[in-house]
Design a protein around this ligand. Structure first.
Ligand SMILES: [Mg+2]
Length: 178
């Protein structure tokens, strides 16, 4: 399989503050250094793709249009800082409400879709997020994962020896670009 390397980023708690079931664009707030980190990946020729679980949709807390408005707000905030995402992918499901699916992280579907849409080589790509489920796909696809160290203690234990744990997105990007 050919294709470009990419960086798959979680959204809430990785790029923006995790405000729990964000449905209002006004609640989208960039974490310090996130925009600069994304810009440096893009400048290095690495497409940056957001993959996010949005079970608030399955739970009936907000709808697809509200999610889309938060995604647009993120794009606008990033553009203001000279950064751009190559794509947004989200899973609207939750097994308790909508049954099993292949797209909820760590499921593979959204990564396969992104690879097809953007011509990506998954085994040469990176996964970064603040939860274990964000980085587990790196094992499935033979890529590399970096766990941002806000994860719950049991997740850090599970990650030990499998994924480096880093302070924040800027630190992760420093490793990716070195
Ligand atoms: Mg997160």
């Amino acid at each position: 399989m050919s294709g470009r390397s990419a960086v798959f980023l979680d959204r809430d708690g990785t790029i923006i503050e995790d405000a729990h079931y964000i449905s209002d664009p006004a609640a989208v707030r960039l974490l310090p250094g996130a925009a600069e980190s994304i810009a440096s990946l893009s400048h290095a020729g690495l497409p940056v793709i957001v993959v996010t679980n949005q079970s608030g949709i399955a739970r009936g807390l907000f709808d697809e249009a509200a999610y889309a408005s938060t995604a647009r707000r993120l794009d606008d905030l990033l553009a203001g800082a000279g950064a751009r995402l190559a794509g947004h992918y989200h899973c609207p499901h939750h097994p308790d409400f909508t049954g099993p699916c292949e797209c909820r992280k760590p499921g593979p579907l959204l990564y396969r879709r992104a690879a097809a849409d953007h011509g990506l080589h998954l085994a040469r790509s990176w996964w970064v997020g603040d939860r274990l489920r964000d980085v587990l796909p790196a094992e499935r696809f033979n890529g590399r994962g970096l766990l941002i160290g806000q994860a719950a203690p049991h997740e850090l234990t599970s990650a030990a020896g499998r994924f480096p744990v880093v302070q924040d997105l800027a630190t992760a990007v420093g490793i990716i670009l070195q």
